[in-house]
Write a protein that binds this ligand. Structure first.
Ligand code: ADP
Ligand code: MG
Length: 348
């Protein structure tokens, strides 16, 4: 691995040399950042707002495969995945910390690639990288990102606020990241069998991008604010629509009806899942990693969102005793089950 890039041994730099090197490009732009990198802790000031904190741990071989994930994309995605949790609280993401465990196979240039992706995400989403930790790891790459944000107390949206009669909505489209993963896994298998065959991802850019370079939905949080719509409950779609719907229903002590024919699926996702013999709806329900926002709104807000191309109404909230049900295209009723991440792994 890393055959085609220059190699500078990390040992020659040492921990402090590495930290100084990778953080030299970091700039602080957020007014809420009082002190960023360089002391024992960052200092932030949210002047009266509530602070939001979320963290994720990403392990090589469990969460990502460096045989087809470029390091720059990985850095970008690691940040996006984490910011998504702040947006799912209806908050403003303002800082992250980025921590690394590096095994001896990683040269400085690999770390630079990873960081360039992370910093690109920070720049694009107006987030300051205010710290982290750096350590050797016995095996493989470990990344941990913590994101920090803020919101006025009355703006925060929890998973638990859905009420009977609320509309169930989702941003963007679903299933693409999972289908993209199937393609990348297939090309990896072909490559491992015959390294002379080049990957064939022609015409599949959208689904591959959904897997490798997801975008968290800061824009949807802004859109809802512009429309004066405050969701009653919200969660981001990391483990698949089914799992996230159940989280909202359990936290809110409610049931729901989800209409299969309303689930937004991109045509490329649809066609590609069919090529793999997969049901596109199952990819949306159980695939995960779409990082869209799933939320509930009061019926009275329907007129405000009904013409938004990036928001789909996919069902509604019921009383708990009615259960959580999917109404299929043919009108059959199925209980919604979360397969989420486990099924996602078993199937790949
Ligand atoms: P400590 O000994 O207190 O853990 P470090 O020497 O690890 O301090 O870190 C010094 C500074 O560099 C701190 O501000 C820390 O947040 C920052 N830092 C360390 N590793 C990283 C990293 N991977 N990315 C960004 N900042 C980092
Ligand atoms: Mg440290």
């Amino acid at each position: 691995m890393f055959d085609n890039i220059a190699k500078t041994n990390l040992e020659s730099l040492g921990e402090f040399g590495l930290i100084a090197h990778i953080t030299s490009a970091v700039k602080f732009k957020q007014p809420t950042t009082v002190k960023g990198i360089g002391d024992d802790a960052a200092v932030l000031d949210f002047s009266g707002k509530k602070t939001l904190v979320s963290t994720d741990l990403l392990l090589e071989g469990i969460h990502f495969d460096l045989r087809y994930v470029p390091l720059k994309h990985l850095g970008y995605k690691a940040v996006q995945v984490n910011l998504s949790d702040i947006y799912a609280m209806n908050g403003v993401a303002s800082q992250i910390t980025f921590s690394l465990g590096l095994s001896s196979k990683f040269p400085l240039e690999a770390v630079e690639e990873l960081y360039s992706g992370a910093l690109l995400a920070c720049e694009k989403y107006h987030v300051d990288l205010v710290g982290g930790d750096t350590s050797a790891s016995a095996q493989g790459l470990v990344i941990s990102v913590t994101s920090i944000g803020h919101a006025a107390a009355e703006d925060i949206v929890y998973r638990s606020g859905a009420q009977e009669g609320d509309l169930l909505c989702v941003s963007g489209d679903l299933g693409g990241a999972y289908v993209g993963l199937q393609l990348l896994e297939r090309e990896k298998r072909i490559f491992l069998e015959n390294p002379n065959i080049q990957p064939d991802l022609e015409g599949k850019d959208y689904v591959v991008e959904r897997q490798l370079k997801p975008e968290s939905r800061k824009d949807i949080v802004q859109l809802l604010a512009d429309l004066s719509v405050k969701p009653t409950a919200m969660i981001d779609v990391s483990d698949g629509l089914a799992s996230e719907i159940l989280h909202i229903c359990h936290a809110s002590d409610k049931g729901c009806k989800l209409h299969e024919d309303k689930i937004p699926i991109d045509p490329m996702t649809y066609d590609t899942s069919r090529e793999f013999g997969l049901d596109p709806t199952v990819c949306a329900l159980n695939g995960g990693e779409d990082y869209e926002l799933l939320f509930t709104i009061q019926q009275a807000d329907y007129d405000r969102i009904k013409n938004q191309p990036d928001i789909s109404v996919i069902g509604y909230i019921t009383e708990k005793s009615a259960g959580c049900e999917l109404i299929s295209k043919s009108g059959k009723v199925h209980p919604i089950k979360a397969q989420g991440w486990n099924a996602f792994r078993d199937n790949s």
